[in-house]
Design a protein around this ligand. Sequence first.
Ligand code: GSH
Length: 215
Amino acid sequence: MTPTITAFEQSPDRGQGLARDMRVRWALEEVGQPYDVRLVSFAAMKRPAHLALNPFGQIPTWEEGDLVLFESAAIVFHIAQQHAGLLPDEASARSRAIAWMFAALNTVEPPIVERSMVGILERDEPWYAQRLPAVEQRVRHRLAQLSRRLGDAQWLDGAFSAGDLLMATVLLRARPTGLLDGYPNLCAYLARAEARPGYRRAFAAQLAVFNGTQG
Ligand SMILES: N[C@@H](CCC(=O)N[C@@H](CS)C(=O)NCC(=O)O)C(=O)O
């Protein structure tokens, strides 16, 4: 059965791959699972029909027969459980890859999202100039720790996994701030992720929505 995901009708990032449907599209492309996309407006996301899919009124969502899911990482995990290629078969390696999925979203993403929200919502506030350095320091702290752990490795723990997929999408959100530039191995890690054919197909598909050239 072909799953249907939701994505922004008009993405605020202008199709630069920062919206969280990108994670789901990328996972689907990695495993070769075709999918349908239903585009939703900001207004539609807050209406009962979409709230029935995601109580928080956000994208992405997942519909596959009777199964409805929300939360991008839960959807990526679901895809990884259904298909080979995103999680190792060996039990301990699989658990470690899942730990990296949680680390991406629970430990690394929060300061990065906080930094971008401060830039969007607080730029004109009197406290902005004082607050920004503290927020950026929290991002640097996490990036430095991640950079140390990654070292010269290609991926976080052996072969590319759903942990890398989520971590790369989190790092993408840090790139516009320039904070990633201080960590050449993380920049190279991100470039490796972006060079993957599955990533490129997913990126092109969501950019086509923004450009109005979706097939
Ligand atoms: N933790 C959720 C976050 C979802 C989320 O923040 N979605 C954003 C797009 S990237 C959204 O729908 N924003 C519109 C809104 O919150 O009104 C996930 O990973 O799926």
